[in-house]
Design a protein. Structure first.
Length: 255
């Protein structure tokens, strides 16, 4: 199964982590009581290994959480940048000849509607439609700006063309930011270390206690859920909403 399919579903990450890590704790307990008991003179060295492993897991989880939050903040900033670029170009359209200006403003309204759908849509098939429609509008807008610049090659027209270039660049930066996720290899590393920690937890337990055995797995699973939720642009509860784009659409009477 594609790891991205699971990582885009934070609840699946939570339940899989809870089951897997809980199983690790019970496997550790089984190993201690049925395969090789922990001798008293080994307890000190065991405590050092367990503490070091848990510390390493905490550092990696904290680092991954920091990466996820950083990417989330970047996506929010780029949404604001997109709204500013589109709004600025809508005003700069007045610098073009009258017919080109009217056409530019109309196409920018359609483009703005598609960018809002990009942020709000979660259905993959609909996203493909949004992507193709956005690409078509990109080509139409650039063709319109190029024709206006060729017909009237002045510094004022160049200013409108540069504004459109900012709009298209902002879209590209946003798309790259939505692709920039925590690598599956990093998730695999966290999962292996977390499983090892729970294995050690179960192995070091003096007795089997179901409630205690699930405290650490539950805590780690919640952490994994939060990281996956923030890192997933579409599948999580915490998502980047197009507040600035919606405000711009309202001011331009697009929606």
């Amino acid at each position: 199964m594609d790891p991205g399919f699971i990582l885009d579903r934070p609840l699946a990450v939570f339940f899989l982590s809870l089951v897997g890590l809980g199983l690790g704790a019970f496997l550790g307990a089984f190993g201690r009581w049925c395969l090789r008991p922990l001798h008293h003179d080994e307890q000190h060295e065991y405590d050092i290994v367990q503490t070091a492993t848990l510390t390493l897991l905490g550092l990696i989880v904290g680092f991954s959480f920091s990466l996820a939050v950083s990417r989330y903040d970047t996506r929010k900033s780029l949404e604001e940048a997109e709204a500013n670029a589109i709004g600025t170009e809508f005003l700069r359209a007045d610098l073009l000849p009258e017919a080109a200006a009217a056409s530019m403003r109309e196409k920018l309204k359609g483009y703005l509607a598609q960018r809002i759908l990009f942020y709000e849509t979660q259905d993959e098939s609909r996203l493909a439609t949004v992507g193709s429609e956005t690409a078509r509008l990109d080509a139409d807008l650039w063709s319109l700006a190029r024709s206006a610049a060729a017909a009237q090659p002045t510094p004022i027209t160049a200013l409108a063309v540069a504004g459109l270039n900012d709009v298209l660049n902002a879209e590209g930066f946003t798309r790259a930011a939505w692709w920039n996720r925590i690598p599956p290899a990093a998730w695999s590393l966290m999962a292996v270390i977390a499983f090892g920690c729970n294995l050690l937890l179960g192995y070091g337990a003096q007795r089997v206690n179901v409630a205690i055995f699930f405290i650490v797995p539950l805590t780690i699973s919640i952490s994994f859920f939060l990281i996956a939720d923030i890192d997933s642009p579409r599948g999580g509860v915490i998502r980047v909403l197009p507040h600035n784009l919606l405000h711009l659409a309202q001011s331009l009477d697009v929606r």
